[in-house]
Design a protein around this ligand. Structure first.
Ligand code: BES
Ligand code: MN
Ligand code: MN
Length: 466
């Protein structure tokens, strides 16, 4: 048995217990009601880094929630790995759909997880995955197995768009200097199919407001004679995609990278079972852009989705009313090369253009970020590949993900380093959904695998600089 596996075996009860304690603090960054809990979580993470072996730990204030920083520098001449993660979580709503309270973690066996899974908001995204790195450091320090320098940057605003992380990075370039950035905040294909996330989609998030009359009106007295903002908004949204589920915004696809036949064929080799996919979601069919299969639609193709829509009367019973306003929150997932600010502008111009007279529309851009692709030819990828190989006994499959971690492209721009995404989550973890969970097996496997990345990266980096 390898040494990290043995250490994990010996300490797994404590590792689980420590994570459970962190999951009990509701660090919801989107809701100001949880402000004290978010700050408390930062303190707890800082302490955990200290006990794991960081020789310097700090709570770094920003205009928003603090960044937790930690480091263990053993020799300036050795490579440095910068671990990024986030300690904030998504809101738990809709709370009534949880089988247990979201911040009172329970461990339950499931079909996929006979060893048990931890059910709580943030179990996988990202407290569980972030904490794997803290425990991996503990193992390396305790067992004299840390081959290089390590820095931690754990933020508290990822789920709300990392608004102040750019601010923090700009001011701390020197402190954050590194040779590679390591993140566990994505998934893997299956427990017996290790994979490395090689791509993330970009994001443009906007809110739209359609205004008709200056007040809510009687829908009998005025119905038919004035524009109903909800009717109009629905039509406008419907027109944003055509019968092939192609997005109709002019210029939207201009910079989209088209993958070659070979690349698409390679993607198609990754194990994927459409029937199981549908079954897991109780769907009678999948849906999406014509000409692409599911695994392409959710990774290499851009999308447009309404995330929320509201207006008018939604209370008990019926009220006859033409609302004055209608709203929607819309996200566009982007692929590498599409610039999120440009896309936001294209959306805004188009949406204003298609508004019929009789209403006014306002488009309010929220946050966004660029997509990212990790080259599979670099030593960063090679090191991760070798790490999985040693633990799983087979090469991992490179896989582009549909999710976004907008900060990753900024890391490359500001800090000049590549990011490696070693995710250990599964689709069934239900991140952002009720009953989010993280398999105990995945959690422990992550802790076991991470030290191998340190080992291989240090070796390859030193060979490279010889
Ligand atoms: N960890 C996720 C992103 C993710 C999950 C990427 C699984 C790949 C696989 C992250 O916390 C997240 O939720 N990101 C947001 C974007 C952010 C700007 C709110 C997202 O993708 O919606
Ligand atoms: Mn995350
Ligand atoms: Mn998330």
């Amino acid at each position: 048995m390898n040494r990290s596996k043995a250490y994990v075996e010996e300490n797994k009860q404590r590792f689980i217990e420590e994570l459970v304690q962190i999951l009990k603090i509701p660090s919801v960054s989107a809701d100001p009601a949880f402000k004290d809990d978010v700050i408390k979580t930062a303190e707890v993470i800082k302490e955990s880094l200290k006990s794991a072996g960081c020789t310097l730990t700090e709570i770094c204030e920003t205009p928003g929630y603090p960044v937790v920083y930690g480091e263990r520098i053993i020799d300036e001449s050795l490579p440095t790995i910068l671990v990024y993660g986030h300690y904030d979580v998504q809101p738990a709503d809709p709370i009534e759909l949880w089988d247990n309270p979201p911040f009172e973690p329970v461990i339950k066996k499931t079909e996929i997880h006979p060893e048990g899974a931890i059910f709580a908001r943030g179990a996988c995204d990202d407290k569980g995955q972030m904490y794997m790195h803290v425990k991996a450091l503990e193992y390396m320090v305790q067992n004299d197995d840390l081959p290089c320098n390590v820095k931690f940057m754990i933020e508290g605003e990822e789920e709300v768009g990392s608004e102040n992380l750019g601010w923090f990075i700009e001011r701390n370039q020197e402190k954050l200097k590194n040779d590679v950035i390591l993140i566990s905040d994505t998934g893997m294909i299956a427990k017996d199919v290790p994979s490395i996330t090689t791509g993330l989609r970009g994001l443009s998030y906007v809110e739209v407001e359609v205004t008709g009359p200056n007040r809510d009106l009687h829908s009998g007295l005025y119905g038919g004679a004035v524009a109903n903002p909800i009717n109009v908004l629905s039509k406008m949204i419907a027109s944003l995609t055509d019968e092939n589920n192609h997005i109709t915004i002019p210029g939207f696809y201009d910079k989209v990278e088209e993958l070659s036949k070979e690349e698409r064929a390679k993607m198609g080799e990754a194990p994927f079972n459409l029937e199981k996919y549908k079954e897991a979601l109780d769907l009678n069919d999948v849906y999406g852009e014509k000409g692409y299969v599911t695994n392409e639609r959710n990774s290499i193709r851009p999308t447009l989705d309404v995330n929320g829509i509201w207006g008018g009367y939604i209370g008990e019973g019926a009220k006859t009313v033409i609302p004055s306003k209608a709203y929607a929150k819309i996200s566009m997932r982007l692929v590498p090369n599409q610039d999120w600010k440009e896309i936001t502008q294209l959306f805004k111009t188009h949406f204003e253009n298609i508004a019929p007279s009789g209403v006014t529309v306002e488009v309010k851009p929220h946050h966004g970020g660029q997509g990212y692709v990790t080259p599979i030819k670099g030593i960063e990828y090679q090191a991760a590949n070798d790490a999985y190989k040693e633990v799983f006994g087979k090469d991992p499959i490179p896989q582009r993900s549909g999710g976004s971690i907008p900060i990753v492209s900024m890391f490359e721009k500001e800090l000049g380093s590549k990011t490696i995404l070693m995710g250990f989550g599964l689709d069934s973890d239900a991140i952002h959904s009720p009953n989010e969970n993280f398999g105990v097996w995945n959690y422990l496997k992550g802790i076991e695998t991470i030290p191998f990345f340190y080992k291989h990266f240090t070796k390859l980096k030193q060979e490279e600089s010889k």
